[in-house]
Design a protein around this ligand. Sequence first.
Ligand code: FE2
Ligand code: FE2
Length: 319
Amino acid sequence: MTSTVERPLGEEKLQRHFDDRIAHDQRIEPRDWMPEGYRKTLVRQIAQHAHSEIIGMQPEGNWLTRAPSLRRKAILLAKVQDEAGHGLYLYSAAETLGVDRSELTEKLLQRKQKYSSIFNYPTLTFADIGVIGWLVDGAAICNQVPLCRSSYGPYARAMVRICKEESFHQRQGYELLMTMMRGTEEQQRMVQDATDRWWWPSLMMFGPPDGDSPNTQQSMAWRIKRHTNDELRQKFVDMTVPQAEALGVALPDPALRWNAERGHYDFGEPDWTELKQVISGRGPCNEQRIARRRAAHEEGQWVRDAAAAHARKTRGRTS
Ligand SMILES: [Fe+2]
Ligand SMILES: [Fe+2]
């Protein structure tokens, strides 16, 4: 939503005012003037984020009816519902930039907008539920905590609440894995197997290496992003290795070791060809995820129609 109110000041002056606010770490709000590139970048990023929350409900929703106990089912149900809520806050944040939620959903279904590549991997056992909480929500936290200070007000504020819920997601996953690791040998093997399958895709959640991430520089200059992909990836590895040790699982990377000189863990290179393949639609579950999203959208048409009819009726009554 570019404001027309301030236009008489002239574009150059507006740009200077905008740059100044960014430089002083002040928030940009929906009615403020903003460069078109800033608006477009935000729409792309927030929409992609919202789509990821909604599509991300599928791999875990897959286990709702097969949770091993009432307690596990209640926890998983709460988590999946949280993700739906995250999607809704984010679509609302995107709408403050002058786009419409239905337009964004359409773009997702036509594959013109993306969602996180991680959700194109299958959930094969209940241990995957634990590992997704631990690694996938853990990586999401690394990515999202700095976004609470993002320069765009509505996005930053949505992230504050989302991050609080993400930390519950991470903990419930870790607690499930701890319980399984105290269980039978078969349960321990399930945890190790799920860790082996999800480790590398989790590292890929931070996006391509910095040298191959053309938008990063501009997003950092606009203070939408605060750290590069590689910085965040390193942070995640440093945070996760001690957790893996406490859990008693091995991370599937022979190059992983503490580097005292750097004060960080060294780690191997993810398979970037695989990331490119998954992003371009050829991951193990891409087809299924979009087909299910489309079916859910079509099956929900009557709800949208009923809500619109109700709104018309209420408007009629008040006028
Ligand atoms: Fe989420
Ligand atoms: Fe989450």
